[in-house]
Design a protein. Structure first.
Length: 245
C-alpha cells in the first residue's frame, strides 16, 4: 500500500515541554466543551466530540479533566458562541500553513494570526490559497510493543475500514477518510490493539526543504507564536523538518 509522510512531520509539536501541558489541556477542554454544546454528550452520535476526546487521550489528558469539560459543555447551553475557523497562509521560503482555530472573537483571532505571519516573513492568505497542497485524512498511530505481527495488523486495519497502512519508526500508521476515522479507531481498539492515538489532520502532499538560516529561525518563531495562541487548536505545514528536530 502506498506510503505517506510520517506523523511527526504532519502536525505541530504538541506537548514539547511540560510547561506547555496546562495550555494544551485548556485548548483540548475547550474543544470538548464546544463539541458537547453543539452536538450532545454521547460520542457515539457526536463525531466531533469523539474526535476531541481521542485527541485529548492522545495528549494523556486525565479522565477527570475530560469529564469536567463534558459537564461544562452541558452546563453551557447558553453563553459564549465559539466557531471553528481555518486560516491559510505562507510562511518563510514559501512554506504552506493551515491553522485551525476555535474562537469566540474571529476579528481578534484573525488579527493575531495575520500579525504572526507578517512578523516572521510570511503572509496570511485567502481561503483556498494553500489547502490544495494538503489532503484531509484520519491518521491513527499504533505503537509497536515489540511483539506485533505486521501482516496481522495490516489485515486488521483493512478489515476495520482503513484506507492505507504504513510501517513507520516505532510502529504503524493507519490512514482513513475523515468520515471513517472514529469507526476504524474503535474497531482497532476492540480488536485488542493498545497504545493507539489518532486525529483528523491535514497531510501535505509535498514538502518544502528550507536551508536558509534566517528562514529557519523565522519558521521556528512562527510555529512557537501560533502554538502559544489560546485560540489556535492545530497547526499543519509542509516544511520538511530535519530529522534532528
Amino acid at each position: 500500500m502506498a506510503g505517506h509522510s510520517k506523523w511527526s512531520n504532519i502536525k505541530n509539536r504538541k506537548g514539547k515541554q511540560d510547561a506547555l501541558r496546562g495550555k494544551i489541556f485548556t485548548k483540548l477542554a475547550r474543544a470538548i466543551t464546544v463539541a458537547v454544546r453543539e452536538g450532545g454528550q454521547d460520542p457515539e452520535y457526536n463525531s466531533s466530540l469523539a474526535t476531541a476526546i481521542e485527541k485529548a487521550k492522545a495528549q494523556n489528558m486525565p479522565k477527570d479533566n475530560i469529564e469536567r469539560a463534558i459537564k461544562a459543555g452541558l452546563a453551557a447551553a447558553s453563553g459564549e458562541n465559539f466557531e471553528t475557523i481555518t486560516y491559510e497562509g505562507y510562511g518563510p521560503s514559501g512554506t504552506a500553513f493551515m491553522v485551525q482555530c476555535l474562537t469566540n472573537n474571529k476579528n481578534r483571532t484573525a488579527a493575531d494570526i495575520r500579525h504572526y505571519f507578517s512578523k516572521y516573513n510570511g503572509n496570511l492568505g485567502t481561503t483556498g490559497c494553500v489547502s490544495y497542497l494538503f489532503e484531509r485524512k484520519g491518521v491513527i498511530s499504533i505503537e509497536n510493543n515489540g511483539n506485533m505481527d505486521e501482516e496481522e495488523i495490516m489485515m486488521a486495519a483493512l478489515e476495520a475500514g482503513a484506507e492505507d497502512f504504513e510501517v513507520v519508526d516505532g510502529g504503524y500508521e493507519v490512514t482513513t477518510v475523515p468520515e471513517d476515522f472514529i469507526q476504524v479507531l474503535n474497531n482497532l481498539k476492540e480488536a485488542g490493539y493498545e497504545n493507539i492515538k489518532g486525529d483528523i489532520m491535514y497531510i501535505p502532499q509535498t514538502y518544502v526543504k528550507v536551508e536558509d538560516e534566517d528562514a529557519l529561525k523565522n519558521l521556528e518563531k512562527l510555529l512557537d507564536a501560533l502554538e502559544d495562541n489560546d485560540d489556535v487548536q492545530d497547526v499543519y505545514h509542509n516544511w520538511e523538518i530535519p530529522n534532528e528536530e
